[in-house]
Ligand binder design. Structure first.
Ligand code: ZN
Length: 553
């Protein structure tokens, strides 16, 4: 950027994206405009800049008309170095006339993936950015940043923002201090409670896929005497702000939220992020899960999966597109793309391979072997030959003429006596009850496994149907052996999962003491505790025990 080149930075949460444009902004002569999609994000960034003595402002719909005019006239008098602006504002008359009358050194686009309709968060207002650049008397340096982008999205950002020969950097996506776990619990509430209770001193985020789930889960936690608060877009601005602050200032331990929560929240001491539902894509998942452990401490990212999550997400995707009023053709492309992303997410939840490896490979970063810090690498697995079971499933699909989904197939194999089975006469099929010695859970797992491994094809219809493919036929003919890597136990091994590595011993007593001093300083300065020192820094002090200012420096 300092050499005057356009730039595209793909850097994970916590890697220091904002610094990459804020520091050049301070070194340049004129003003830097930062395009940012979220009001809460702008406000936080501007507040922290002002706290560091940087003259900055934001322009978005949260300002009154008078405040907006004031900010514009201050900007025209050169009072700010950095101005954050919502993409919708770029093409307004007052902003355009400001932009043409001052020296703009750089336009930085934050959350740049929003410009791509291949991304998980496409925002049409981002398309206005090149149009805006075209209206300026001269073209400033353009820099674009995002935390997550596949190769496809990267190419799209360069094209859509018309970046000129940009310097492109993709920093490693790996966050070694995060441990990844996928669980398939029978009862998500019980599982969640056990996770929260095993981390009594720490705070965490619980993500749910709908507002009503947020309310229910939050209430469940509160009834179990856990200080939890909800956060979702259906709540008033004020309530949201209060709950967010209660979380940041450690007045509540757990925030239960939809994906509306988190962009730009840089609370660094989040010890765990639990996804109560499977999210819609790996991009979103990694961004949300990545809010854990930003201070570098060991932290957990746990996903509680159930088969129902797939159907719910599919429904949510289709509904959101229906209400988006896009051209049918565009809508079709977007739906297909989102379902592809959903399938990858489903693959993550059902793979027996290293979870970290799965994510990194998804983002195009080669990774081989086992990380030793995810539930698949640390779990006890058994390699099981399930060819016979697979044949039973596949022949049941064939016998019912490939017209049904996973649930019906499982019902038949389990010998269910439900009305649907009786009405269709399926209780007289030769495959009826063939897997009745297995639990429903086991049968579901086998079917899921066959889908993930492409041994059977699942259609993308509203009610997905299972169909046989080439591999299915080979299995039925006994020409292909099926082995499944399954966990011996799906219950959480507390010992293994929840002990932070204690390679360096320190006194708990000393830690508690300086922690209380830190908290008091934070209270006096009216800032969150982690702004004074992160827990990790405190632990390090307890190990190194500096006794003079120069030592601590
Ligand atoms: Zn692993």
């Amino acid at each position: 950027i300092l050499a005057g080149r356009d730039c595209l930075g793909v850097m994970p949460t916590g890697a220091g994206k904002s610094m990459c444009y804020q520091i050049p902004a301070l070194m340049f002569d004129g003003i830097t405009i930062v395009v940012s999609p979220l009001i809460s994000l702008m406000k936080d960034q501007v507040n922290s800049l002002i706290q560091s003595g940087v003259r900055a402002a934001y322009l978005n719909s949260s300002l009154t008309a008078a405040q907006y005019e004031m900010a514009i006239s201050n900007a025209a008098r050169g009072m700010y170095k950095i101005i954050y602006v919502a993409p919708e504002r770029l093409m307004t008359g007052s902003f355009l006339s400001l932009a043409s009358s001052v020296k703009i050194s750089m336009l930085a686009v934050d959350e740049a993936h929003c410009v791509s309709q291949w991304g998980q968060d496409f925002r049409p207002s981002y398309m206005k950015i090149p149009e805006f650049l075209g209206k300026l008397p001269y073209r400033p340096i353009v820099s674009a940043f995002t935390a997550t982008a596949t190769a496809e999205v990267k190419a799209d950002i360069i094209k859509m923002l018309e970046l000129r020969d940009p310097f492109t950097i993709t920093t490693g996506f790996d966050r070694p201090n995060l441990s990844f776990q996928v669980m398939h619990p029978k009862n998500k509430d019980t599982q969640l409670l056990s996770i929260v209770r095993s981390n009594p001193e720490e705070c965490g985020i619980v993500y749910c896929n709908t507002r009503s789930n947020v309310e229910d889960v939050c209430q469940m936690l509160q009834e179990a005497d856990i200080k939890a608060l909800p956060y979702h877009a259906g709540m008033s601005m004020n309530e949201r702000k209060q709950n967010q602050e209660a979380f940041i200032y450690d007045r509540c331990r757990v925030i239960v939220a939809t994906n509306a929560f988190g962009m730009g929240i840089d609370k660094s001491d989040v010890a765990y992020v639990v996804h109560y539902n499977m999210p819609q894509n790996i991009e979103g998942y990694y961004q949300e899960a990545g809010r854990a452990g930003r201070d570098g401490s060991a932290a957990k990212c746990i996903l509680l999966f159930s088969g129902k999550d797939y159907a719910t997400n599919k429904f949510l995707i289709e509904k959101s597109i229906e209400s988006s009023q896009l051209e049918p053709e565009t809508a079709q492309i977007i739906v297909e793309n989102k379902l592809r992303q959903l399938n990858a997410m489903y693959g993550y939840c059902n793979t027996a391979d290293c979870l970290r490896g799965f994510i990194l490979k998804y983002f195009g970063q080669p990774y081989s072997g086992y990380c030793g810090n995810c539930s698949n690498c640390t779990g006890d697995f058994v390699e099981k030959n399930i060819t016979i079971e697979a044949q039973k499933v596949l022949s049941c699909i064939a016998k019912t003429k490939q017209r049904f989904g996973a649930k019906m197939i499982a019902d038949i194999l389990l010998g269910s006596k439900n009305q649907n089975i009786i009405n269709n006469g399926f209780d007289s099929l030769s495959t009826y009850g063939l897997l009745k010695d297995n639990t429903r859970d086991e049968v579901n797992k086998i079917i899921n496994y066959l889908i993930v491994k492409d041994y059977v094809f699942r259609t993308q219809d509203k009610f997905p149907i299972l169909k046989l493919n080439g591999s299915s036929v080979k299995i039925l003919k006994g020409k292909l052996k099926v082995t499944m890597r399954t966990k011996k136990t799906d219950t959480l091994n507390k010992e293994k999962v929840f002990t932070v590595s204690k390679s360096d011993e320190y006194s708990e007593e000393m830690y508690d003491y300086i922690r209380s001093v830190r908290n008091q300083l934070a209270e006096e300065a009216n800032v969150p505790a982690y702004v004074i020192f992160s827990n990790n820094s405190l632990k390090d002090m307890c190990i190194k025990k500096p006794t003079s200012l120069s030592q601590i420096l």
